[in-house]
Design a protein around this ligand. Structure first.
Ligand code: ARG
Length: 468
């Protein structure tokens, strides 16, 4: 028991406590096992903070230099894997400060936390960490988009059925399919960039909730840490975790797009479709059925979407109903965010690899194009001859029914058949039965005609580069 008493006394907040922490409670409360990954952000925040302390006259030049030296050593220890975690280190903030005081002495190390609380410290660390990760995620997203766009540009000749309700609808270019997915991810890229100003708000200087009484220069802190703005309300600054919720919401939507892409490719990779084949590098075999090649990468991408949505929903429930400013519930922000960021990062990199190495089978795509996919083109043909669309739709429908009844394709109907359906049909009706012509006719902005595919590619490249 005496040892446990000491254990509590040694804690940085131990002064007012007379009893000891229950060992299970200590374990329950401890976040170091997962928040240690923010060690560099914590050191960065503390070095900046020591500069504000110097300016406010709380530490002198020598002390500030010592704090910086000590903190750099702490950072190095984490980086080398030599940081010795003590049993009573509660979180990354207490661990780093404890170690700093061991290195530079308590008389200097003990001054670092003046006018600061772990409440503004942790909020600052999380934002520093997330800004860094967001830049990496932006890079992965751009790489992935570049692969989608390059494939689309290169494979513009392949035409396949486009589907609605998963039923064959109209012919489209394979490039158009790829770019439809890219369009969703481009919006994710825009949204990610738009989130940055809301992450980049400095909490440091807010202390526990009521601000600091030392006149610490928050503009200096902002500049040192590269934040875009300063939190204007100290109570909000220590409690605000909207940037984490927003990031996870962003990630959930991105993963819905990922899931949709994965599902399309899973379907296209079945023997029944055979449009695409996954590279061995992104597939696995079956332990019992030797013939199988399973699209595990795509299934995991689809599955991870549920996991990330779960992290978002879980954390939103954690913060629902808590009172203002800091409450320990907020410590529950870390694992969902870390897992969300890790899962999205991995998903984007895997998706990039899957798309970069995918094989397409343009012949299989062409085989799936049946002439009934051109029924709309027949209607369009009659529209050009002056027949109202509503009527043309019926006439074309009757041609499909007639072909079905005769068990032939609509392209096998004779000139006599067409004339019987409508006097407006002439010999040139047979020119309709060409899939290349069909997609090329759809040449308004957003259509699958070659020119419009290239336009989409160009627009996408500009957006990836951040030009619009
Ligand atoms: N580890 C804590 C967290 O992540 C740091 C803040 C602790 N603040 C406090 N008042 N106990 O939220």
């Amino acid at each position: 028991m005496a040892a446990e008493q000491d254990f509590t006394k040694r804690k940085l907040w131990g002064g007012r406590f007379t009893g000891s922490t229950d060992p299970l409670m200590h374990e329950f409360n401890q976040s170091l096992k997962y928040d240690q990954r923010m060690y560099a952000a914590d050191v960065k925040g503390s070095i900046a903070f020591s500069k504000a302390l110097l300016k406010a006259g709380i530490v002198n030049e020598h002390e500030q230099a010592e704090i910086t030296r000590g903190l750099k050593e702490v950072e190095q220890e984490w980086a080398n894997g030599t940081f010795a975690i003590q049993a009573d280190d509660e979180d990354i903030h207490t661990a780093n400060e404890r170690r700093l005081s061991e290195i530079v002495g308590k008389d200097i190390g003990g001054k670092l936390h003046t006018g600061r609380s772990r409440n503004d410290q942790v909020a600052t660390d999380m934002r520093i960490w997330l800004l860094d990760e967001t830049a990496k995620v932006e890079g992965y997203l751009k790489d992935f988009l570049n692969v989608l766009v390059s494939r689309a540009e290169k494979e513009v000749d392949a035409i396949l059925p486009g589907y609605t309700h998963l039923q064959r609808a109209q012919p489209v270019r394979w490039s158009h399919v790829l770019l439809s997915h890219a369009s969703a991810f481009l919006n994710d890229l825009t949204r990610l960039r738009e989130m940055v100003p809301r992450i980049s708000v400095l909490p440091l200087g807010s202390a526990a909730l009521a601000g600091n009484p030392y006149g610490l220069d928050r503009e200096l802190l902002r500049q040192e840490l590269g934040f875009q703005s300063i939190g204007e309300n100290s109570m909000h600054a220590v409690s605000d975790r909207d940037f984490i919720i927003e990031w996870l919401q962003w990630a959930s939507l991105l993963m819905i797009h990922m899931s949709r892409l994965a599902e399309d490719l899973i379907i296209y990779s079945t023997a029944e479709f055979g449009f695409v084949q996954l590279a061995d590098a992104y597939s696995t075999g079956s332990s019992i059925m030797p013939q199988k090649k399973n699209p595990d990468s795509l299934e995991l991408l689809r599955g991870k979407s549920g996991r990330i949505f779960g992290q978002m929903a879980g954390f939103m429930m954690s913060v629902k109903g808590i009172p203002s400013t800091y409450n320990k519930d907020l410590q529950e922000d870390k694992e969902p965010l870390f897992d969300g960021v890790d899962s999205v990062s991995a998903s984007l990199r895997i998706a990039e690899g899957v798309i970069a190495t995918l094989n397409i089978n343009a012949d299989k795509m062409a085989e799936a194009l049946s002439m009934d996919l051109l029924a709309t083109d027949i209607a369009d043909y009659l529209v050009r001859k002056g027949v109202p669309f509503r009527e043309t739709h019926h006439i074309s429908g009757r041609s499909v029914a007639l072909a079905e009844q005769r068990k032939v394709q609509i392209s096998d109907l004779t000139m006599e058949d067409w004339k019987a359906l409508s006097p407006h049909f002439t010999e040139d009706v047979f020119e309709v039965f060409n899939f290349e012509n069909s997609v090329e006719k759809r040449n308004a902005i957003g259509g699958p005609a070659r020119k419009m595919i290239q336009r989409q590619v160009d627009v996408a490249r500009e957006r990836i580069a951040g030009k619009n």
